[in-house]
Design a protein around this ligand. Structure first.
Ligand code: SF4
Ligand code: SF4
Length: 95
């Protein structure tokens, strides 16, 4: 029988540089960020502040990588123009 010392720590990730292998998928918080591209000024604050590198710069626009976004809301909090808003997963799918 295993003792507590034999059981690995839950959630412990041993290998560095492994983000690609840990996609957020559907365990994000119940909200996700949605960008209004008409309001976005491409200031890139969301790209700078996102702790998960889930904001992608693409041809003068920003996009959210929903495979890695965990729905923390920092990007929406920092967005100075109100272009980034948090919406419930259900609402966001209707946009
Ligand atoms: S909600 Fe959080 S994880 Fe998702 S894009 Fe915004 S800052 Fe990044
Ligand atoms: S912080 Fe807001 S305005 Fe700036 S790039 Fe991101 S979505 Fe656009």
């Amino acid at each position: 029988m295993k003792t507590w010392e034999d059981v690995p720590f839950a959630g412990y990730i041993f290998e560095p540089g492994n983000t690609e292998g840990y996609k957020t998928g559907d365990w994000r918080s119940r909200q996700k960020p949605v960008i209004n591209k008409e309001k976005c000024t491409f200031c890139l604050l969301c790209w700078i502040y996102c702790p998960d590198g889930a904001i992608i710069r693409k041809e003068g626009e920003v996009e959210v990588d929903y495979y890695h976004c965990k729905g923390c809301g920092i990007c929406a909090y920092e967005c100075p123009s109100g272009a980034m808003k948090m919406k419930s997963e259900f609402e966001a799918d209707e946009v």
